[in-house]
Design a binder for this molecule. Sequence first.
Ligand SMILES: Nc1ncnc2c1ncn2[C@@H]1O[C@H](COP(=O)(O)OP(=O)(O)OP(=O)(O)O)[C@@H](O)[C@H]1O
Length: 294
Amino acid sequence: MSSESRTADGAVRDRMAGVEPAAGVAKPDPILKASGVRRSFGGLTAVDVGHLEVQRGTITALIGPNGAGKSTLFNLLTGFDRVDAGEWSFEGRRLNGLGGHRVARQGMVRTFQLTKALTRLTVLDNMLLAAPGQSGEGFVGSLLRPRWRHQEEANRERAMELLARFKLDAKRDDLAGSLSGGQRKLLEMARSLMVNPSMVMLDEPMAGVNPALVQSLLGHITSLRDEGMTVLFVEHDMDVIMGISDWIVVLAQGSVIAEGRPEDIRSNQEVVDAYLGAHHDEPGASAPGSGEEA
Ligand SMILES: Nc1ncnc2c1ncn2[C@@H]1O[C@H](COP(=O)(O)OP(=O)(O)OP(=O)(O)O)[C@@H](O)[C@H]1O
């Protein structure tokens, strides 16, 4: 770990010092706040979150058993699904009713459990499609061409920078469909950074990734935090969760049942009973339902 990273870790710990490990607890400087967020599918309540705050500049893990509502909560907060009730704000701005693209423009982006890379486009085109203000070029576009050309050049430069950072620059002209599962995850992460977000939400970034790339992905996630971004991620692998998270939020049956630092969560009997079970002490063990593919 670099000394820069140690400093960032320390800074995060200082900011979280004194925060009670309790479900719904207020944070000193929350970037995201949600209250009373509910979503049902027929008779099933998938999400029912009383209150949740995410501290700026942290890596926060959202964990819980299969069907706990983690992906649904991600979808709701990022404008990919509609709440039945509740409200939430990002950087103090209410996000209710905004669709995914508008949420991303506010600085909060997400990746998907199943990567959304467009397999028949090149790696570079996938990046460019995620660029801000990307709307295709119609008749009006052709009139505005000079201004757009400048924007396009800036987007291309940013895309190449990010591809280099994620070691995908040599693959820029390959079809995204030819990438391995792990490389697609890297592409997904790189794409999400095209809009210069202040918060990234990663839905199972390690699922289906071989162990060598897991290390690389972990390094990238830590770097995002060390550069000041806030990371909220869903993950099943307990080693990853305990090793990388500054804070952990536990969801069960749609509600937050516990929050805290990794050591708080490890010793929380309710969480152990509800989720971790016998798995939490076994090195390399994944929690139930991790669905690991590689
Ligand atoms: N579009 C939908 N229609 C009906 N039920 C849904 C829909 N989306 C999610 N659900 C249900 O809502 C509950 C929460 O699902 P969700 O996918 O959010 O859980 P999760 O915690 O992300 O699970 P996993 O760890 O398996 O990905 C589940 O019971 C699921 O079957």
